[in-house]
Ligand binder design. Structure first.
Ligand SMILES: Nc1ncnc2c1ncn2[C@@H]1O[C@H](COP(=O)(O)OP(=O)(O)OP(=O)(O)O)[C@@H](O)[C@H]1O
Ligand SMILES: [Mg+2]
Length: 372
């Protein structure tokens, strides 16, 4: 059963304070204020995030369903919480429900709509569902793409008319619930393969909020990092900052795991740093993704770093001959940059190129869009 979020239990005054610190006034607040509010805050000043904040703010005034899309870890749930706090449903229940991909469809249906005792194996007592519990509030349906087709039909009815029937019950009930759903899978494609009902898809996307990936949000990562470090300082009492080589390294990073990955970089760096300055070694493990581990990029770098082979032979030529693709080369460069603490001049040494090749090397990366 989805738990009722702490937010819903807050007093009106608390929620009022949280609201004034959310998307509405996001640009007017300093990092200190953000850090101290403890509120649900979509931190960021980039045009892409500001556009999203405005949409959240507008959608919050209505009661129709909302569909939030975006890559993993971008802040979909955070956007849902901000929308809730900005709406006149704040202070009423906010109930998040996970839609599991595997397992028995009955379980999610029962989570959403409740059941009567004996309605299916394991239903040993009557149970109230999320729709009933969320009356006058909001339900957050996470990973809605994974919902069983049978449950999708029941959800369609509930979303369209507010009517639902607990499993095994003969009587329908009505609830006034705002439905906010999220997914990181392409729902429109699932509609064309008939894995997701098209009528439900169009019902849910009355308001479509697309949360941009962190790499498309300019320097927002710096702002979020400051907020995270301020939070860690309050929690653990010690002030720490990222060294300039650490920051340089992050400047070239694409954040495949988005804001969630940034949170882990900040936390790991803060915890591992021996003194008040966080060095690349303290958090580098959090930057290594499957992509940079998997397809032999480490081996390619090794051939240059310790095998003495040159970048032009080991990377440039295979890339031009299409033996290596763009993302593989990017991963090699990223790994090399990590070893070079974010410095391209030092990277040249690592990949056995003379200083005189610097311009040619940088031009190649730039023209072929290979900077990580
Ligand atoms: N703009 C932001 N400012 C500050 N923190 C953020 C921001 N966006 C996301 N976060 C934080 O990043 C983490 C991931 O966010 P969230 O859980 O909302 O992402 P998600 O898109 O729902 O992820 P998933 O696809 O994995 O479910 C959370 O700790 C959240 O508080
Ligand atoms: Mg989520």
């Amino acid at each position: 059963m989805g738990k009722t979020l702490g937010l819903a239990a807050r007093s009106e005054t608390d929620c009022g304070a949280a609201m004034s610190d959310t998307a509405l006034r996001v640009r007017a607040l300093s990092v200190e204020q953000w850090g101290n509010s403890g509120a649900v805050t979509m931190v960021g000043r980039s045009p892409a995030l500001v556009a999203l904040q405005k949409k959240v703010e507008k959608a919050a005034r209505f009661h129709e369903p909302v569909l939030i899309t975006g890559e993993s870890g971008v802040g979909k749930e955070l956007a849902a919480q901000a929308l809730y706090l900005l709406s006149d449903r704040r202070g009423k229940p906010y109930i998040p429900v996970n839609c599991p991909q595997h397992g028995d469809g009955n379980l999610t249906a029962s989570e959403l709509f409740g059941h009567r005792r004996g309605s299916f194996t394991g239903a040993i007592a009557d149970r109230k569902g999320a729709f009933e519990s969320a009356d006058r509030g909001m339900i957050f349906l996470d990973e809605v793409a994974d919902l069983h087709l049978g449950t999708q039909a029941m959800l369609l009815r509930a979303v369209a008319s507010g009517e639902f029937k607990p499993l095994g019950d003969t009587r329908s009930r009505i609830a006034d619930v705002r439905v906010v759903a999220a997914t990181n899978r392409p729902l429109n494609e699932l509609v064309s393969t008939k894995e997701f009902r098209h009528d439900l898809y169009f019902r849910l996307r009355y308001f479509l909020l697309q949360v941009p990936p962190l790499r498309e949000r300019e320097d927002d990562w710096r702002l979020i990092l400051d907020v995270l470090l301020a939070g860690l300082r309050r929690k653990y009492g010690v002030e720490k900052r990222f060294s300039s080589s650490s920051t340089k390294l992050l400047e070239h990073y694409e954040w495949p795991g988005n804001v969630r990955q940034l949170v882990s970089v900040a936390t790991m760096g803060y915890a591992m740093a021996d003194n008040n300055v966080i060095m690349p070694d303290d958090f580098i493990a959090q930057l290594e993704t499957d992509e940079s581990h998997g397809d032999g990029q480490g081996e390619i770098l090794e051939r240059m770093a310790t095998g003495g082979e040159s970048f032009w032979n080991v990377v440039y030529r295979p890339f031009m001959d299409r033996e290596l693709n763009r993302s593989q080369v990017r991963a090699v460069v990223r790994r090399g940059l990590m070893a070079a603490h974010g410095n391209y001049q030092d990277l040249l040494d690592i990949v056995h190129l003379p200083k005189s090749d610097y311009q040619k090397f940088m031009d190649f990366l730039r023209h072929q869009k290979l900077k990580p």
